[in-house]
Design a protein around this ligand. Structure first.
Ligand code: HDD
Length: 684
C-alpha cells in the first residue's frame, strides 16, 4: 500500500480495525483521529454553529456583542494557538515507521524489541536542523537531528541523535553557552540559522573541544541531500545489559540504505530561496510515493574489559570510535512508511528524551549524556505546558501505563483507583513496583569535584583524523566553508585564533584558510597521519532511485528519444519531470513545470532535448550551466546537444551526449555528482 493510500484510508471512517499490516501505535492513534466527514460545524462544547462569517452585532452597522460566544471562543482559541518552539531543533519533519530486528541479541541485552525477530516495533522519527527557528530554511549549514522513538512493548525507547557522531562540547553544563553562541546574536537577532558570525567562532576558538565537531560542520555532511540519505548517531556511549546483569558498551548508528549524500554550498544558498522546505518536502513526497526511506540500525560494541583500550575516553562525546577499530554490526532495519496526518499534533508535539530507556539499555557516565537526561524532561514541561505531555497521543507508549502520578494541567486519564500512594493495602498494593527496570550496578567511588578527566584533554587528534580521511574534493569544500564562515566574522582576533587552531589540526588546512583570509600561515605543527576511510563520503552505495531529473524540452524535442530515456531512468526508480517554456505538452509529452517556475537546484540531474529553441533562451542556458556548476550529470539527446553547446560549459566531465545514453546517464545519476569536474571558471 502506498503512503498516499495509507493516509486516505486512515482518513476514512471505520475501516481501521479491518486493515491488515497496521502497527499497534497506528491503531491506538485511531481513537484520537478526527475523520474528514460530513459533520456540521460546532463550538468546542458541541453546539451547532449556523454562521461563522459574521459576528453577532446590535444592528447590521452596530457594535459586536459580548454575548457572541462563538465569536469569543473562535478568537480566543486562535490567540492561543502557538506554543513555544523547541529551544534548539525548532524546525523539523517527522514520519512513522517500523523497526525489524535481524537476529536476537539475548547475549547482550534483555530489551524485548532487540530479542524478538518477529516483532514489528512502531517508530516515529523527527529530523531537524538545530540553530534555526521553526520557519527557517531546511538547507542551512547545520547539524541535523535524527530522533527516533521506538514504541516497544516494554515502554518507549528514544535514540535522540544527530547526523554527526560527535558533539561540540564534553560537559552538558556548557550547552547553554554553546547554544547562545550559535543562535542569532542577542542585540539584533541576526543571523538566522547560521553559524557564520562572531559569537559562534568566538566560542569555538575559546572552547577547542568543539574543533572536531566543527570539522564535521564545515564538511558537506552539514548540508545533506535528503533526510533519506543521511546517517544518524546516538553519539554517546550507552550500555546494553543482559539477563546476567553483564554490561557491554554500545554506540548506535543509523545507516541509510540509499547511502550518505550531500548538496554543495552554492546550491544550498539557492535552494533556500527556491524551496525553503526542500528536505521536509523530499521526505514527505518520498513516503507519499511509496519510496519508503530505510535505515539499518548498526551497533559498535565494546566489552567492558576493553573500556580503557583506546587513545580517547569512551565517555567523551567529542570522540568517535573509528569503524576500522570497532566495526559496525547491523542489527535491524527501520522503514519509514507513513506521513503524519497533522503536523502540530504529531511532529510538533512529539517529545523525545534520552532517559526514555527500556530494560536492557542503560547509560554511561558521559557528562554530556548525564546533563541531557535532565534537560529533555525539563524542557517538555515548559514547551508542552505541564507534566501530562506523555498523554499526548503521539507520546503515549503502547505499553500500559500505571502509576500513582496524578492530576496537573490537562490530565486526560480518569484514574479509578481509591489510592494514589505506595505502599497501600486498600488497592491490594497496586500498582506494584515489581520486576521492572533495573539500573546497571556500576560501582562508583570518587570525591566531589568540578573537573574533567585528563583523558578528555586531547582536542586535535580526531579533527586531524577527519581531515586526513577526506578525499581531495571534500577537503576543498571544507576549506571553502571555513572561508565563507570566517569571511563573515568581523573581529580579526577571532579569525586569527581559529586559524591558529586549524594549523594544529593540519598545517595544510591552516595554511589554506589563512591564505584566503589574508593572514599569515600558522606555525607548522607535527600531526599524525592516521586516517579512517569510513569518514569519507566517497564509496557510498550507488542508486538512481528517487533521484529527480529535469528533462528540458523545447518545441522540436525528440519525444521518442526522451520517452525512451525517461522509461529507462524511471525503471531504476528515478523521478523524471518535463520542464518546458510553457505548460501543456511538448511533442505529445505532458509538461510538469514551466521553465520560469523551475530551477535546476531542486533536481539531481538535467537532460536537454531540442537545443535549437532553448539555446536562445538565457534561462534555459543558465539552467544547464547552474547544474553543471553544482557537479550534476548533464545529458543531451537529439538536438539537445545544441543547448549544451549554447551553455558554453568549460569542460565535458559528466556531460553525456548521444542517441543512446540511458545506461551511462543512469550510472552517472546513481553516482550523484562529478566532484572532480573543475567548475572554478563558471560564473556564480
Ligand atoms: Fe539535544 C532537542 C540531539 C545535546 C538539550 N536534541 C534535541 C533534538 C535532538 C537533539 C535530535 C530534537 C528532538 C526533537 O526532534 O524533538 N542534543 C542532541 C544530541 C546531543 C544533544 C545528539 C549531543 C550528543 N541537548 C544536548 C545537551 C542538552 C540538550 C547537552 C542540554 C544539556 N536538546 C536539548 C533540549 C531539546 C533538545 C533543550 C530542545 C527541545 C527538546 O529538547 O525537546 O532539551
Amino acid at each position: 500500500m502506498s503512503g498516499h493510500e495509507a493516509r486516505t484510508r486512515t482518513n476514512t471512517k471505520g475501516d481501521f480495525a479491518m486493515e491488515p499490516g497496521r502497527d499497534e501505535k497506528d491503531r491506538r492513534l485511531d481513537e484520537h483521529r478526527v475523520p474528514l466527514d460530513d459533520l456540521n460545524m460546532t463550538t468546542d462544547q458541541g453546539a451547532r454553529v449556523d454562521d461563522t462569517d459574521n459576528a453577532l452585532r446590535a444592528g447590521t452597522r452596530g457594535p459586536t456583542l459580548m454575548e457572541d460566544f462563538h465569536f469569543r471562543e473562535k478568537i480566543t482559541r486562535f490567540d492561543h494557538e502557538r506554543i513555544p518552539e523547541r529551544v534548539v531543533h525548532a524546525r523539523g519533519a517527522g514520519a512513522y515507521g517500523i523497526f525489524e530486528l535481524y537476529e536476537p541479541l539475548g547475549d547482550l541485552t534483555t530489551a524485548a524489541f532487540l530479542n524478538d525477530t518477529s516483532a514489528r516495533t512502531p517508530t516515529f522519527v523527527r529530523f531537524s536542523t538545530v540553530a534555526g527557528s521553526r520557519g527557517s530554511a531546511d538547507t542551512v549549514r547545520d547539524v541535523r537531528g535524527f530522533a527516533t522513538k521506538f514504541y516497544t512493548t516494554q515502554g518507549n525507547f528514544d535514540i535522540v541523535g544527530n547526523n554527526f557522531p560527535v558533539f561540540f562540547i564534553q560537559d552538558g553544563i556548557k550547552f547553554p553557552d554553546f547554544v547562545h553562541a550559535v543562535k542569532p546574536e542577542p542585540h539584533n537577532e541576526i543571523p538566522q540559522a547560521q553559524s557564520a558570525h562572531d559569537t559562534f567562532w568566538d566560542f569555538v576558538h575559546l572552547q577547542p573541544e568543539s574543533l572536531h565537531m566543527v570539522m564535521w560542520l564545515m564538511s558537506d555532511r552539514a548540508i545533506p541531500r535528503s533526510y533519506r540519505m543521511m546517517q544518524g548517531f546516538g553519539v554517546h556511549t550507552f550500555r546494553l545489559v543482559n539477563a546476567s546483569g553483564q554490561g557491554t558498551f554500545v554506540k548506535w548508528h543509523w545507516r541509510p540504505v540509499l547511502g550518505t549524500y550531500s548538496l554543495v554550498w552554492d546550491e544550498v544558498l539557492r535552494i533556500q530561496g527556491n524551496d525553503p522546505d526542500y528536505n521536509r518536502r523530499d521526505l514527505w513526497e518520498a513516503i507519499e510515493r511509496g519510496a519508503y526511506p530505510e535505515y539499518e540500525l548498526c551497533v559498535q560494541l565494546v566489552p567492558e574489559s576493553r573500556e580503557h583500550d583506546f587513545d580517547f575516553d569512551l565517555l567523551d562525546a567529542t570522540k568517535i570510535i573509528p569503524e576500522e577499530e570497532v566495526p559496525l554490526r547491523p542489527i535491524g532495519k527501520m522503514t519509514l512508511n507513513r506521513n503524519p496526518q497533522n503536523f502540530f499534533a504529531e511532529t510538533e508535539q512529539v517529545a523525545f528524551h534520552t532517559a526514555n530507556v527500556v530494560p536492557g539499555i542503560d547509560f554511561t557516565n558521559d557528562p554530556l549524556l548525564q546533563a541531557r537526561n535532565f534537560s529533555y524532561l525539563d524542557t517538555q514541561l515548559l514547551r508542552l505546558a505541564g507534566p501530562n505531555f506523555p498523554q499526548i497521543p503521539i507520546n503515549r507508549p503502547i505499553a500500559e501505563v500505571r502509576n500513582d502520578q496524578r492530576d496537573g494541567f490537562h490530565q486526560h486519564l480518569i484514574h479509578g483507583s481509591r489510592t494514589s500512594y505506595a505502599p497501600n493495602s486498600i488497592s491490594g498494593g497496586c500498582p506494584a513496583a515489581v520486576d521492572g527496570y533495573r539500573h546497571y550496578q556500576e560501582k562508583v567511588d570518587g570525591s566531589k569535584i568540578r573537573k574533567r578527566s585528563p583523558s578528555f584533554e586531547d582536542h586535535y587528534s580526531q579533527a586531524t583524523l577527519f581531515w586526513n580521511s577526506m578525499a581531495d574534493w571534500e577537503r576543498r569544500h571544507i576549506v571553502a566553508a571555513y572561508l565563507f564562515e570566517l569571511g563573515h566574522v568581523e573581529r580579526k582576533h577571532i579569525k586569527e585564533a581559529v586559524v591558529d587552531h586549524l594549523g594544529k589540526i593540519h598545517p595544510d588546512l591552516g595554511a589554506q584558510v589563512a591564505q584566503g583570509l589574508g593572514l599569515p600561515a600558522p606555525a607548522g605543527t607535527q600531526v599524525h597521519t592516521k586516517s579512517s576511510p569510513a569518514l569519507s563520503m566517497t564509496g557510498q552505495p550507488h542508486s538512481a532511485a528517487t533521484r529527480k531529473i529535469a528533462f528540458l524540452m523545447g518545441d522540436g524535442a525528440d519525444a521518442a528519444a526522451v520517452t525512451a530515456l525517461r522509461r529507462a531512468l524511471e525503471g531504476q526508480g528515478a523521478i523524471c519531470e518535463v520542464v518546458a517554456p510553457a505548460e501543456g505538452s511538448v511533442g505529445g509529452v505532458p509538461v510538469d513545470r514551466q521553465l520560469s517556475a523551475a530551477n535546476s537546484v531542486v533536481y539531481d540531474a538535467v537532460v536537454a532535448s531540442d537545443g535549437a529553441a532553448l539555446g536562445a533562451m538565457g534561462r534555459a542556458r543558465f539552467f544547464v550551466l547552474e547544474a553543471f556548476r553544482h557537479h550534476k550529470p548533464i545529458g543531451a539527446v537529439g538536438s539537445g546537444r545544441q543547448l549544451v553547446e549554447a551553455a558554453h560549459l568549460p569542460n565535458d566531465v559528466g556531460v553525456i551526449v548521444g542517441d543512446d545514453i540511458a545506461q551511462e546517464f543512469g550510472q552517472a545519476v546513481a553516482g550523484h555528482r562529478f566532484y572532480e569536474r573543475d567548475v572554478s571558471s563558471v560564473p556564480a
